[in-house]
Design a protein around this ligand. Structure first.
Ligand code: SAM
Length: 274
């Protein structure tokens, strides 16, 4: 996967390129990152990338020209490597909310070009001409798209094959299919008793089935309380077991009836001797 980022602050991307799990994967060549500064595509001495908004109002707006030239340079660099034309995603509060499904589909792709806005935003004509999708990190306003782009990249890179080792596996993370799309259960580590509070007994039992059940029930509990729509989605996908439904019904105070015990078919009575 190759990520191209168009940004006025390329140095911010050292965070994913050089550090932690994503940095290790970058060093291993599992993904690559290329930053393009729109200032390098300007033609005036001040390397101007923004100007005042038409119609007045506060702040500045990023100009279309340098952004489009940076995108074209990124597309050409990708084409030179034999990659197809990449989608161009603008980070924007008005975009579609990024989620785990978005991260999965990015991880399964050849990558994309991310555009980081600054100031009041970017000239709409650039969006109309070059941008194929707009991605939001959530309902809040950041000073620039860089922090949002870092989150987009990090969430996708950790899903690439071989990036996480077994101990770090993404499989047991919240929203993952292996967890039926539910929220993760709580975690504990040493010491066994901290400030008088003990680790829950099932986790100390060494009994794998009991540990799995305990974790599953905590996941169900947390999800139904905080994100009930994820329970509905799991139900629709048919990934909740009967034991899950029983536990959910118990939590709701309306336990499901025990399954009817299967009766042995009664043996036919021997004919009476006449
Ligand atoms: C100060 S913001 C501009 C906000 C814009 N005037 C608005 O109200 O929608 C500057 C840049 O930060 C980025 N940004 C801000 N909030 C974001 C969010 N929630 N998700 C993704 N990008 C965001 C965008 O690239 C945006 O162009």
């Amino acid at each position: 996967m190759r990520i191209d980022v168009v940004t006025l602050f390329p140095e911010m991307f050292g965070v994913v390129r050089d550090l932690g799990v994503t940095g290790r994967a970058h060093a291993q060549g599992r993904w690559s990152l290329h930053a393009w500064n729109p200032r390098d595509f300007t033609h005036d001495v001040h390397r101007t990338v923004d100007d005042r908004p038409y119609g007045g109002g506060p702040g500045m707006v990023m100009m279309a020209g340098p952004l489009e030239a940076a995108v074209n340079a990124a597309q050409e660099a990708r084409a030179a490597l034999g990659l197809g034309r990449a989608p161009v995603a603008l980070l924007a509060p008005v975009g579609r909310r990024y989620d785990q499904a978005g991260a999965e589909s990015l991880a399964a792709s050849e990558g994309l070009i991310l555009i980081c806005g600054r100031y009041e935003g970017v000239d709409q004509r650039f969006i109309a001409r070059c941008v194929t999708q707009e991605i939001s990190l959530g309902d809040f306003v950041l000073s620039g798209g860089e922090i949002a782009a870092l989150a987009v990249i990090d969430a996708a890179v950790r899903l690439l094959p071989g990036v996480l080792n077994d101990g770090e596996s993404a499989l047991q993370d919240s929203f993952n299919d292996a967890l039926s799309g539910l929220l993760d259960s709580p975690h504990y580590t040493r010491p066994e008793v901290y400030e008088g509070e003990s680790v829950p007994a099932p986790l100390l039992s060494g009994h794998h089935a009991n540990i799995s059940r305990w974790r599953r029930e905590r996941s169900l509990e947390l999800t139904v309380t905080r994100r009930p729509e994820l329970i509905e989605a799991a139900r629709e996908k048919g990934v909740l077991t009967l034991a899950d439904e029983r536990y959910l019904a118990e939590l709701a105070g309306t336990p499901l009836p025990e399954p009817a015990k299967r009766r042995r078919p009664s043996r036919p009575k021997p004919p009476k001797a006449s």
